[in-house]
Design a protein around this ligand. Structure first.
Ligand code: HEC
Length: 261
């Protein structure tokens, strides 16, 4: 083998660093610039192309390929690396075995068939280009219910206007889920009069569901596709908080809260 130039960072490590760098680059790019969490399947697909491309570049010349293979070759052939070799040959099969075992465990679970009406919310979600923490998020207007009832009434009325303009088509003008479009939809729009819906929920949960709509639902909400629109594209944050006030006020229910009341 021709003498290979000494490098600050060995080629194999260089390659690994480039791949790891691109991986985190993608995550950052989506998170910071697009304000979205990158879907895992998309990231996997991108990374397959990236790894293939990087390997091609690094093995483009004969010398490059040899340099890359050098450390691996040395590990297998060099007598002075016997100890290291034995360690690697034990650990790699163990890791592969563990990986296969853990993915098998997952596939034993029955596929999720029943749709959960109230899926477990994520702890954090993104809307309006910001990240919200569902465990601490509160309706900024709720306090006026006690502090300034006149103002509260006004806010509820504004929420009612938002509702009539946007929501009654599906959820119904009596909030009973029987809007003019409802019969054509599966799953059907939820009936807010029912004790099984908003009365069970916190306002932060509603905010999440209204802002991110059907597309924001986690995987266990499959297989049906919800027609609930992504309201962050059409309403302001304030309008969503007001329409939430209206939903509880009209149905005479109180949101669940963290405090023990
Ligand atoms: C195109 C029809 C449609 C419109 C318009 C619509 N929704 Fe929905 N909504 C649905 C459907 C269908 C569901 C049930 C499936 C689901 O949970 O995504 C739903 C579910 C919800 C839920 C979840 C309730 C729960 O108990 O989990 C909330 C909250 C909600 N809608 C609020 C609203 C508000 C507020 C508006 C108006 C700003 C609105 N929706 C407009 C179709 C619609």
């Amino acid at each position: 083998m021709s003498a290979t130039p000494k490098r600050m960072i060995p080629r194999l490590l260089q390659m690994a660093l480039v791949i790891v760098g691109v991986y985190f680059g993608f995550i950052l790019f989506f998170d910071v610039l697009l304000g979205q969490l990158i879907p895992k399947s998309l990231l996997t697909m991108y990374m397959v192309f990236v790894v293939a491309g990087v390997v091609m570049v690094f093995t483009f010349t004969e010398q490059g390929a040899q340099e890359l293979a050098g450390p691996i070759k040395a590990l297998v052939e060099d007598p002075s690396k016997k100890m290291m070799r034995n360690v690697v040959f034990v650990i790699v099969p163990l890791l592969a075995g563990y990986y296969t075992y853990s993915s098998m465990l997952l596939s034993f679970e029955a596929p999720v068939e029943l749709r959960t009406i109230h899926p477990a919310p994520p702890n954090k979600f993104k809307a309006y280009g910001k990240s919200y923490n569902l465990t601490t998020l509160e309706n900024p207007y709720r306090k006026f219910e006690k502090e300034d009832p006149a103002k509260f009434k006004e806010l509820v009325k504004e929420g009612g206007d938002v509702y009539i303009r946007n929501c009654q088509y599906c959820h119904g003008d009596k909030l009973d889920g029987k809007g003019p479009y409802a019969s054509g939809l599966n799953p059907t729009p939820l009936n807010f009069q029912d004790v099984g819906t908003i009365a069970q929920l916190q306002e932060s949960f509603l905010f999440w569901r209204i802002a991110t709509g059907g597309p924001g639902l986690p995987a266990e909400a499959a297989p049906w596709i919800s027609s609930m629109p992504v309201w962050q594209d059409f309403l302001t944050e304030d309008e969503i908080w007001k329409v939430i006030l209206f939903l509880y006020n009209y149905t005479g229910r109180q949101p669940r809260s963290w405090a023990h009341e």
